[in-house]
Write a protein of this length. Structure first.
Length: 277
């Protein structure tokens, strides 16, 4: 009892305030229906506001959980996409290796399949980068072709990559001939069109027609004879009038180059040894 008396004495101001507040609310509520309505309406509005606030806070934390879950699932999907892209690339290379026919003349040669990682066609001197290098058996001066024709020749290698001098590079010259003829000339890109090149120094006695196929001559340790290069568009006489100058439509579409085959001449060391004597 004494504790209760001490409590009331100690907190008497608050007790008195609570008492008067309760009495006021009772009188306000019971005195007039209009006041009662205002009171109930205000209480309802306040309760609704509090409820909405609690609901918004709850929704916020719930949305954060959903957002975190979406981030995790998005990362998992990105990993799956990368894995599928890798599998697709490997499948494309396997299909390319299985479907590309190898002429009888190419059997002394071995091949390495590679994917193009960088390719330029609009520069004065164009190069191609592939995803195979020295550790994969790639060496400088290996010829490069795709399923349509000649692409270029390897000039620089690292452990896992290699750079190719593109046929669309004036520094690259290719010994070619008209299919069915023994006369040969030198194919070079003149820098005007990524789909065309020029066959120079073709002897004037050579017989050909527009549409005839141009192939590699075989007078090289890099490319064997008979690899398709392009077809004749038109011809003109060279300045000394003893040679033809043919404009060639290239078979290789350098704008869509993706998978290539590198040609390794297994007899290259013997050939070089003989030529150096």
């Amino acid at each position: 009892m004494r504790n209760l008396f001490n409590f009331l004495l100690r907190y008497s101001p608050w007790v008195v305030f609570a008492f008067y507040a309760a009495v006021s609310c009772y009188l306000l509520y019971s005195a007039s229906p209009a006041q009662r309505h205002v009171y109930l309406t205000s209480a309802g509005i306040m309760a609704s506001t509090v409820y909405d606030g609690v609901r918004n806070v709850t929704s916020y934390f719930h949305l954060r959980e959903i957002n975190d879950d979406l981030h995790v699932r998005n990362s998992e999907l990105e990993d799956q996409i990368l894995s599928l892209r890798k599998q697709l690339k490997e499948t494309q290379e396997a299909v390319y290796a299985d479907t590309m026919t190898v002429p009888e003349i190419l059997h002394p040669f071995s091949f390495i399949i590679a994917s193009v990682t960088n390719n330029s066609i609009a520069h004065p001197y164009n190069y191609i980068t592939i995803n195979k290098g020295a550790l994969d058996g790639v060496e400088p001066e290996m010829g490069v072709v795709d399923q349509n024709g000649v692409v270029g020749v390897v000039n620089i290698t690292s452990d896992h990559h290699a750079r190719i001098i593109s046929l669309l590079n004036p520094d690259f010259r290719l010994s070619c001939k008209v299919k069915g003829s023994d006369a040969f000339g030198s194919l070079i890109w003149d820098g005007h069109n990524a789909g065309e090149a020029v066959l120079e120094e073709l002897p004037k006695h050579t017989e050909f027609e527009p549409g005839d196929t141009i192939i590699t001559s075989g007078y090289s340790a890099v490319f064997p004879e008979g690899i398709p290069v392009g077809s004749v568009i038109e011809s003109a006489r060279d300045s000394d009038d003893n040679f033809f100058r043919l404009r060639i439509k290239l078979f290789t579409d350098f704008t869509r180059l993706s998978t290539v085959r590198l040609i390794k001449n297994n007899d290259i060391d013997d050939i070089r040894q003989v030529e150096q004597q």
